[in-house]
Design a protein around this ligand. Sequence first.
Ligand SMILES: [Zn+2]
Ligand SMILES: [Zn+2]
Length: 398
Amino acid sequence: MATQAHVIWDDGFTGYNFGLGHPMSPVRLDLTARLCREFGLFEGSDVQVDAPEAATDEVLARIHDEAYIAAVRKASLDPSAPLEQFGLGTEDDPAFVGMHEISARIAEGSRLVAESVWTGSAQHGVNFTGGLHHAMPDRASGFCIYNDAALAIDWLLDNGAKRVVYVDVDAHHGDGVEKMFWNDPRVLTISVHETGAVLFPGTGFPRDLGGPDAEGYAVNLPLPPGVGDGAWLRAFDAVVPALVRSFEPDIMVTQHGADSHFTDPLAHLSISVDAQVIVAQTLHDLSHELCGGRWVALGGGGYEVVGVVPRSWTHLVAIAAHRDISVETEVPQRWLEDVAERFGVQAPPNMGDGTSERGRIWWRSWESGYDPETAIDRAIMAAREASFPLHGLDHWFD
Ligand SMILES: [Zn+2]
Ligand SMILES: [Zn+2]
């Protein structure tokens, strides 16, 4: 029988470390893995946990320029080398010793779980160390060195997948993945994010729809700052499922950046873990409805590294393992004590934020009517108006 969930992890992944003071602290990965272990999610015959070797340069070169890979290798040996034209040694992406190897391992992790899911050795795959969606073909960007999501999608296309959907719910626009498949109608990228008018990377607007051979195969749903659970769920539901259904994907790759959370220090959305779980469950359910459960789930951003990321991605692993954890479940005491001891902070006591009724959140569906007076509805309408007709969908009614 196929493994239920193939998960990427070993402690070595905490080596993806830009140094003290950088928002992307490896603590978030360590605490996620510890919380998964507390729930027994890394145990049992239905879950396989693997720690792959680094992707080879030949594999990386399928999506990155050789000159860029050489630059990362150089920075990895000598972090003081001047490589700013490759985005390295910058404030966002400081170089560090071992940068190439660990980034290439993360990339291989996403490729590997995609292979397991595609070949049927696992039903779902999770790489919460991945989702590094800003990495560009020729440069590092936004804390991302190698684009593991793009590498996984490229492998799937190269191994027989005809249609791959990529859904990105990180607070930031999934610009690197969009760029790599911009003119490729085999890949539908959908990014739901805080508007680039306010937030890095400043891109991802509704009229950005893909290249001349793939118009409509890049979809962007930029949201105003401050959006809360009800509006976020309304927006997601009004745009994502209809497009994914109409595309009829062979497999889904999803990015679950947790920086949409109301306590995240970098973005300005106002989403709870409860709502993040609902979106992850919805994407999981869509994979069963549409593509035999072929689903690869990745991490991404998330800078409230103690209070949010570990809970959000433990839920993600649990969903993939078909061992869903209720948001009312208490966070295990041992994990809370460890966090208090090491970081001197009191982490949230429950696996949700108390914003839902047993995991359910009330929100108004698109069918209940469009209200042009609200910023959220204008944002939804702009995305639907731009993209839906290109897929034969009606932007008012479908
Ligand atoms: Zn499933
Ligand atoms: Zn982000």
